[in-house]
Write a protein that binds this ligand. Structure first.
Ligand SMILES: [Zn+2]
Length: 245
């Protein structure tokens, strides 16, 4: 059975090493209704209910797809509510020190989503990053970028260790980000399929993009424009026959 965890106010700890305690719907609603940025208890209860229902529907679908694509991978998703105070609305994925995939949601995100479809889309998107191996691929790109920029700097006459190291650091940043827009679109595409398969509407879910700020188009900006993301969702939703699939 799937268990939810609360990050037990372990502020300052890295998520990958955190101690987390099992959480119920009541715990999550309680955390949302207290402290800074607290929401009304009725709202907290409804949002926590939606969250738990979506996690229970999406997790098995994500796990099955993960096992199908990567039989050797750790597909035992651990869903964590990040209840540290003062966090922005956010969801993210990482691995714990045993390599177990973690998907974390901050309390303000759970409070802000407008419906179960949005919640399902966000969770499916994060699970898709893990299923598609994006963390590993991002590390590889960073390492390759550092090497290439370091070599280029040497060729162009950088002689001190500091100059070469600066070039390597820039290279790592460029390398890590060069594929990240592509990763976001890939996660949106697979996320669309997982959302629909779990019984939610990915087109309604993707409306979340319209409420988050449009990312800048800077050299190192990590996210593709919301319009590009929505186009991917629409295209994939059309190929799987819309909703329900
Ligand atoms: Zn993402």
């Amino acid at each position: 059975m799937l268990r939810l965890f609360l990050l037990a106010l372990s502020f300052g700890l890295l998520l990958a090493n955190c101690t987390a305690v099992p959480a119920t719907e009541t715990d999550i609603a309680g955390a949302m209704a207290t402290g800074r940025n607290a929401v009304a208890p009725e709202v907290a209860r409804v949002q926590a209910q939606t969250f738990v229902a979506v996690v229970n529907a999406v997790e098995p679908v994500a796990e099955a797809e993960c096992r199908l694509r990567n039989p050797a991978a750790n597909c035992d998703f651990r869903i964590v509510v990040d209840d540290r105070r003062g966090m922005p609305p956010n969801a993210f994925q990482t691995l714990d020190d045993q390599g177990r995939p973690i998907i974390a949601f901050t309390l303000p995100l759970i409070a802000e989503v407008q419906n179960a479809d949005e919640m399902a889309f966000i969770m499916s998107h994060e699970a898709a990053h893990h299923i598609l191996g994006h963390l590993d691929r991002q590390d590889q790109n960073a390492a390759m970028g550092a090497e290439i920029f370091g070599q280029l700097a040497t060729v162009q006459g950088a002689t001190t260790e500091a100059q070469i190291r600066a070039a390597q650091q820039l290279g790592a940043a460029v390398g890590a980000q060069s594929y990240s827009k592509q990763f976001e679109l890939e996660a949106d595409a697979l996320g669309t399929v997982l959302t629909a398969r779990a019984g939610f509407d990915p087109l309604k879910g993707a409306e979340f993009f319209f409420r988050i700020p449009e990312p800048g188009n800077g050299f190192l900006s990590t996210h593709p424009p919301n319009e590009a993301r929505l186009a991917v969702v629409q295209e994939v939703a059309a190929t799987i026959g819309g909703f329900p699939p």
